[in-house]
Design a protein around this ligand. Structure first.
Ligand code: TXA
Ligand code: MG
Length: 322
């Protein structure tokens, strides 16, 4: 890590400098309401190439394009079904990503060679301002995967992003600090290329919320044929071994809703009061286990639908392969 610049998301001049860095082909880590993203100009092949090497992410895993407004959607996508526009109007800006047929602007180096493109309009004010400044300088979109090394836990603070990626970034890149991410887990991804929307990744926009808008949803198979890295068997994983829904023993860590007591000798990592708070603290809790060098962490999965289903999805993958 060589003099990597930390910029403040509450400073107008530092936000402007972050937008200029993106336009010049450098990388900028920035906050969104879900998790921090590792951003690059979506039209700059070399900058996008660096995202893949900084993350050590396989080339065929496509990236999400972030734009400031639904009004700019048709730059990137074509044949947009009405239900997709309805979803955008209802949930954007917010934690929703739509997969659509790509326009000529969405090149192979962001889509992994697929004919689809993933688009999101984030709501975090720092992200929104960064996008607006970037677009005012002629930028079309910012691609941003989660700001973590491939397969690791996503970053929900600027410091976590620094820990993950700092040694791979250069002095020309920067990290835009916008505090803690409000939601804490990645956006809901919906494939909008058939007659009914298909949920590809669960998130804070729940299946119930989607059905309310579209009246139909295809959730028969959450394992997609298209490539979604979060659909790999193991993902979102800390160094600690994650054990689901077992009685913890002394020396192990515990992450559970606050209604569950802490057995003697067990190290309680977090006690969220609600599923929404659970999502908010989840990745920081997994990181804390590693920082505290706790090698085994028991996690009590939240029950029920809504964001609890998304939390179970992430923890299922975090616990795999051990
Ligand atoms: O909340 C989020 O979505 C965060 C923030 C930074 O916006 N981003 C994020 O990016 O989670 P990433 O790259 O970690 O995960 C994006 C997922 C990947 O699993 C990728 O495979 C999938 O979106 N994806 C991207 N383009 C796609 C496409 N054309 N078709 C299907 N899946 C796609
Ligand atoms: Mg990711």
């Amino acid at each position: 890590m060589t003099n990597l610049q930390f910029l403040s998301g509450s400073s107008a001049s530092e936000l402007k400098s972050a937008a200029e860095k993106l336009i010049s082909g450098n990388l900028v880590v920035f906050p969104t309401e879900t998790v921090y993203g590792l951003g690059a100009d979506a039209s700059n092949a070399e900058a996008v190439e660096r995202i893949y090497s900084v993350k050590a992410r396989p080339k065929n895993h496509p990236l999400i394009v972030h734009i400031s407004s639904i009004n700019r959607l048709s730059n990137w996508a074509k044949d947009i079904p009405k239900y997709a526009t309805d979803l955008g109007h209802q949930f954007w800006p917010g934690p929703l990503t739509l997969v659509l047929n790509r326009s000529a602007l969405a090149m192979d180096f962001i889509t992994g060679g697929q004919d689809s493109v993933a688009i999101r309009v984030p709501s975090n004010p720092v992200a929104v301002t960064l996008l607006q400044l970037f677009e005012a300088k002629g930028g079309m979109g910012i691609v941003a995967p989660s700001a973590n090394r491939f397969g690791h836990v996503s970053a929900t603070t600027a410091v976590a992003a620094l820990e993950e990626l700092g040694e791979y970034l250069t002095s020309k890149d920067s990290i835009l600090d916008g505090g803690n991410c409000e939601i804490g887990i990645e956006s809901t991804i919906i494939d909008c290329r058939s007659s009914a929307p298909r949920i590809v990744r669960l998130g804070a926009i729940t299946q119930e919320m989607i059905v309310q808008v579209t009246k139909k949803v295809d959730s028969s198979n959450l394992k997609s044929k298209i490539r979604v890295s979060g659909a790999l068997e193991k993902h979102y994983a800390p160094k600690a071994r994650i054990i689901l829904d077992e009685e913890p023993i002394a020396g192990q860590g515990l992450i559970a809703l606050s209604v569950f007591p802490t057995p003697e000798g067990v190290f309680r990592i977090s006690s969220p009061k609600t599923p929404v708070e659970y999502a908010h603290v989840l990745y920081e809790s997994l990181r804390a286990a590693d920082i505290l060098q706790i090698s085994e962490v028991v996690v009590y999965l939240p029950i029920g639908e809504g964001i609890s289903a998304a939390i179970r999805d992430r923890l299922g993958k975090a616990s795999n392969g051990r």
